[in-house]
Design a protein around this ligand. Structure first.
Ligand SMILES: C[S@@+](CC[C@H](N)C(=O)[O-])C[C@H]1O[C@@H](n2cnc3c(N)ncnc32)[C@H](O)[C@@H]1O
Length: 292
């Protein structure tokens, strides 16, 4: 929340396996939104800096991109996973749009990935509260009338900007989880936003270290009356108290119909490529709630 000490810097984690997971799914949802000619809007509540230099100090020290985008950049799955390459294409094209030729130097954050996939009629609201990241975000989006960077608390922004006038689109919620309370907050925000905009798509990310918090979130979400909830988790190691981030979780509320099938094709290929231990749990794709 706003009052928290904001130590989180996404530059350390840009392009990590968790970014690949969340951005690949984000790009699939936007690709499906593009299937209809009517305009859509994306509200990115915790947008980050927008663009990350993978050779700069923070990304180099973190080094996480080497085990994320570094494992798939210019390395198509091919063979029996060729269909997964096609599903990953919108995401890979957004990364390519930030780079020249085959070298990988810059990694796009969620707002640039969304913007790359938008058409002239579509709109983006990107919110970021940390001043330095907010300034970088504003610079990254400057000059594009379709995209607005706002220095605003993302939780407040979700309440303020739904429903968008287009009445079609996505709210992407990707908080830093510096506080365990972010899990509870996420469920509360999804619940109140859904009351105002029941037909919107919501995609929210959460970290997996141990099972306790993700399982509590799933129980909380199941109790909400928010229609269909598809969960997608990608783990690279077995969860353990001292193992740090072992997996990346997403919940999609009102997902586009083809998303489940996309994920069932894409996630096993990603898990094979990004996994770091044979003991890593298989990707999990399941419904926390069906239509009521
Ligand atoms: C996980 S990062 C976002 C990454 C970005 N969504 C992406 O995929 O490229 C979380 C971001 O939320 C920002 N943040 C933290 N608290 C916030 C708040 N209350 N409102 C908006 N942004 C916040 C952090 O500064 C950080 O840049």
């Amino acid at each position: 929340m706003v009052g928290a000490a904001m130590n989180y810097r996404h530059a350390f984690h840009a392009g990590s396996f968790a970014d690949v997971h969340k951005h690949a799914v984000l790009a699939r949802i936007v690709a499906h939104l593009r299937q209809k000619p009517t305009a859509f809007r994306v509200i990115d509540s915790h947008a980050g800096a927008g663009r990350y230099d993978l050779l700069a100090d923070q990304a180099t020290r973190g080094g996480e991109w080497r085990d994320g985008i570094g494992r798939i950049w210019h390395r198509p799955f091919g063979g029996s996973d060729a269909a997964a390459d096609a599903l990953l294409a919108p995401y890979i094209e957004a990364v390519a749009d930030c780079n020249t030729g085959p070298s990988l130097r810059t990694y796009p954050g969620s707002p640039l990935i969304v913007r790359h996939l938008m058409r002239p009629q579509d709109r983006l609201i990107a919110c970021e509260i940390e001043p330095r990241a907010a300034a970088q975000l504003a610079a990254a989006l400057r000059g594009d009338a379709r995209a607005k960077a706002l220095v605003i608390d993302g939780w407040t922004a979700v309440g303020a900007y739904v429903p968008p006038q287009e009445r079609r689109g996505l709210v992407f919620i990707d908080p830093p989880f510096e506080e365990a309370a972010d899990f509870a907050h996420l469920a509360a925000i999804v619940s109140s936003a859904h009351r105002k905009w029941p037909t919107g798509i919501y995609l929210a990310w959460y970290p997996i270290t141990t099972r306790a918090a993700p399982d509590a979130l799933a129980r909380r979400l199941r109790r909400l009356s928010v229609g269909k909830i598809l969960r997608c988790e990608l783990s690279v190691r077995a969860p353990a108290a001292d193992a740090g981030l072992t997996g990346s979780g997403l919940v999609a509320i009102n997902p586009p119909f083809p998303l489940e099938a996309d994920l069932r094709l894409l996630m096993p290929a990603l898990a094979r490529r990004l996994g770091r231990a044979a003991a890593a749990p298989a990707p999990r794709i399941d419904w926390l709630a069906a239509e009521r």
